[in-house]
Structure formats: structure tokens, C-alpha cells
Design a protein around this ligand. Structure first.
Ligand SMILES: Cc1ncc(COP(=O)(O)O)c(C=O)c1O
Length: 399
């Protein structure tokens, strides 16, 4: 048990030479849960369904396009906001998908993944003392990004089984200091999606209180059961106060490339670029050229929802006989399973125990809550080949 607990122990504040303490800006932050669980899975030779990355190949066409662009000499710094050809395709796709006309010169910025998009946005737009409302379980970079930039995160808990937002609670949490609301749809880790009704509530609150909305839509294409992704970009009344964040890592099975983008009004984009230019300056060039060509073909992204829905259904089929209970999952590539009837261990203990003893690594969703809310639920990534999912199913069925 000691081992299990120490796995999740937070790192101590930095120290700097004899007796000279360095004041950590994030003293209670340890190594990300994703790194911890992936490392544990490796050490114990466990199937790794913890970290959210696909284990199948990136399209050969896309890889060839990168080679082609490297050979064509596109190897020096890209323009700070992104390669124009890529931004142009992005704005065309946005217009086609969300019927929002977007000027690629002034409204689209290519970033080092969704993570940098979120950080640059917060760095540019949140000032010391500003409050930012976010919903837990939340992606792990949100809270530290707010605090590193002097803001105050205001966490609102969403709970199983549907993780829906109580908009009255949001209204109650808005104060004169509230600057921004962060939402994420489709949602990691729950797989919940926001409805049109949710977006209308959000719009009403944002307009009334003059709030910015940062909408993390990195799973925009991974949505199931004929649900439609409700992008914030479909709400023109909010045009001057929204920032939408996307990631090519999710859409093209290439999480390691770390390329994403923001879409925001020219005024907001000007500010975001001021931060972006000093955080990364620009994003790797040949990949941007390759993505521009690849994204121009709609068949390269339109089938993604169907592709992952099959994976979700295959995984659920494998665990039909299991005592683990699936929760509803309408998007992202994560399936939540409740083990309430199986064990009284905490989520963290259960995740570590399963990894060591059962050779299957999940993620405890309590780590996505500021207050460690424990609901006896684990997250499993189903962006994996069928053989891996079949083996994972066998393990879950035996427990
Ligand atoms: C909800 C959410 N937002 C943002 C990101 C970061 O995206 P990227 O890998 O492109 O930095 C992730 C990655 O897992 C995510 O799940």
C-alpha cells in the first residue's frame, strides 16, 4: 500500500543549493498522472489504456507529405501565426463545418498543440486577480495555466453519471472578478457532450456578464450516436468573446506532433499572438505544410466519429460479461467504467492495483478533480487496436 500511495505523492517544492529555497509557483503539482500511469504500465508490462493516445499508425499519406515538404526545403521558422496555407484551409473547414466565416489572416493561430493554445490564451487574457470558472473533472493543464498567470481558478464539480452542468450554479459563482469560463466538449474524461441548450445557457451568462469563453474542442470530430458537435463558433452573438481551441493530434492520430490552433476574433487573436510569439514563436514548418494539404481533403477527417464509435462499441462488446459498469460516452476516446460493485479501493488505489496485479492500466478520474472527488470510476482509452482491446476485455471480464 505504501508503494501505491507514494506513486501519487506530489513532488516537494524545488530546492536550490544549501539552504536556499526556491519558491515554487506550483508547489503542490507533481508529475502528471498520465506520465505516472504510463511509466507504471511499462514497469509492470501492463496494457496501457491510461494515457490518451492512439496505438495505430498515422496515415502514410500524411507522413509522406511531411517528407515531401522537408525535401522541398520547408525547414526554417514558420511565420509566427502559422503557415498561411494551413490557416487558410483551417478557415475554409471552419466555414464548411460551423458556418462561421473566419479570416485566416487575423483569426486563426497555429499553436504547439491544444495545450499551448490554452496556455497562450490564458497568458494573454487572464490578469492577476481574475477568476476563471472551470468544470471538474477538468483536463490537467487548465488549473495550473490559470494560476501560473496569476488568475484564480473557480472549480465547479460535475458528477457521474452524466456530468451535466448546472447553469444556475454557474450563475451563482460569477462575481465581479470573473473573466473567463472554460468548457470542454466532447469532454475528457467523461465522454459527455454539451447540447445546444447548454450553449444557449453559456451564451446568456457570458453576454450578461461580459465574460470570455475558452472552448476546448480538441475532440470536435470524435463524437458518436449521431450527436452533433456544438462548437462555440456557431454562436455569432458571442463572436467577440470566444476562443475555440483545436488539436491536429486528436484528429489525425498524431498526438506526438503537437500541432493545434486557436480561432478567435481579430482583437482577441492579436492578444493571443502576443503571448504565443514569446512562448513558442512558431510551430514546426514541414508538419504545417503537410497538414494544409491533408486537411484540404474532407475524407481525412469526416469519418473520424464513425471510426472511433466502432472502437467504443468493440470495447463495450468485449466487456459485456464484466462486473464493470460502463457510463454513457458520446464523444472523445475515453470510456468510463464504474467498479462500485467490485471493490472499495479508492480510484487511485484501484488504478495502481490493476496495473500491477491485473496488468491493465486505467486512469482514476479523481485526479481530474481539485478536491479528489472519488466515485469509484476509472477511465479507459479505447483508441487502440482490436487485439489490445480484446485482451483488456478479457482482464476486465475476469475481475
Ligand atoms: C481536453 C483536452 N484538451 C487539450 C488537450 C491537449 O491537446 P494537445 O495534445 O494537442 O496539446 C488534450 C489532450 O489530451 C485534452 O484531452
Amino acid at each position: 500500500m505504501r508503494d501505491d500511495q507514494s506513486t501519487f505523492q506530489k513532488e516537494s517544492p524545488l530546492s536550490f543549493g544549501e539552504g536556499k529555497g526556491v519558491r515554487s509557483r506550483l508547489p503542490e503539482v507533481g508529475t502528471s498522472i498520465f506520465s505516472v500511469m504510463s511509466k507504471l504500465a511499462l514497469e509492470h508490462n501492463a496494457i496501457n489504456l491510461s494515457q490518451g493516445f492512439p496505438d495505430f499508425a498515422v496515415s502514410e499519406v500524411l507522413v509522406d507529405l511531411i517528407h515531401k515538404n522537408m525535401n522541398a526545403g520547408h525547414n526554417q521558422y514558420a511565420p509566427m501565426p502559422g503557415v498561411p496555407a494551413l490557416r487558410k484551409v483551417i478557415s475554409e473547414v471552419i466555414e464548411k463545418t460551423y458556418q462561421r466565416a473566419t479570416d485566416f489572416e487575423t483569426e486563426v493561430t497555429v499553436t504547439a498543440g491544444g495545450t499551448e493554445a490554452i496556455f497562450s490564451t490564458i497568458a494573454a487574457l487572464v490578469s492577476a486577480g481574475d477568476e476563471v470558472i472551470l468544470f471538474d473533472p477538468s483536463y490537467d493543464c487548465y488549473d495550473p495555466a490559470i494560476r501560473l498567470n496569476g488568475g484564480t481558478p473557480i472549480h465547479i464539480n460535475l458528477t457521474a453519471p452524466d456530468f451535466s452542468i448546472d447553469w444556475q450554479e454557474v450563475r451563482d459563482k460569477v462575481t465581479s472578478k470573473t473573466r473567463m469560463i472554460m468548457v470542454n466538449t466532447p469532454h475528457n474524461p467523461s465522454g459527455a457532450v454539451l447540447s445546444e441548450l447548454d450553449l444557449r445557457e453559456l451564451q446568456e451568462i457570458a453576454l450578461k456578464n461580459n465574460l470570455l469563453v475558452l472552448s476546448d474542442e480538441v475532440y470536435e470530430r470524435i463524437i458518436f450516436d449521431d450527436k452533433k458537435h456544438e462548437s462555440i463558433l456557431k454562436y455569432p452573438a458571442l463572436a467577440n468573446q470566444i476562443i475555440a481551441v483545436f488539436s491536429f493530434g486528436k484528429t489525425f492520430h498524431a498526438t506526438g506532433w503537437k500541432v493545434g490552433y486557436t480561432v478567435a476574433s481579430p482583437t482577441l487573436t492579436t492578444e493571443i499572438r502576443k503571448a504565443h510569439q514569446f512562448i513558442t514563436f512558431s510551430v514546426n514548418t514541414p508538419t504545417q505544410f503537410a497538414l494544409a494539404e491533408y486537411m484540404a481533403q474532407p475524407e481525412n477527417y469526416l469519418s473520424l466519429g464513425k471510426f472511433y464509435q466502432q472502437k467504443r462499441d468493440f470495447f463495450l462488446q468485449q466487456i459485456k460479461g464484466s462486473s464493470f459498469k460502463p457510463l454513457p460516452c458520446y464523444g472523445s476516446y475515453f470510456q468510463l467504467l464504474s467498479y462500485e460493485g467490485i471493490s472499495q479501493l479508492s480510484e487511485k488505489e484501484m488504478a495502481v492495483w490493476m496495473t500491477k496485479e491485473k496488468k491493465l492500466a486505467p486512469i482514476p478520474i479523481s485526479v481530474f478533480y481539485k478536491d479528489d472527488t472519488d466515485q469509484k470510476i476509472l477511465r479507459f482509452c479505447f483508441a487502440k487496436g482490436e487485439e489490445t482491446l480484446r485482451k483488456a476485455g478479457e482482464i476486465l471480464n475476469q475481475m
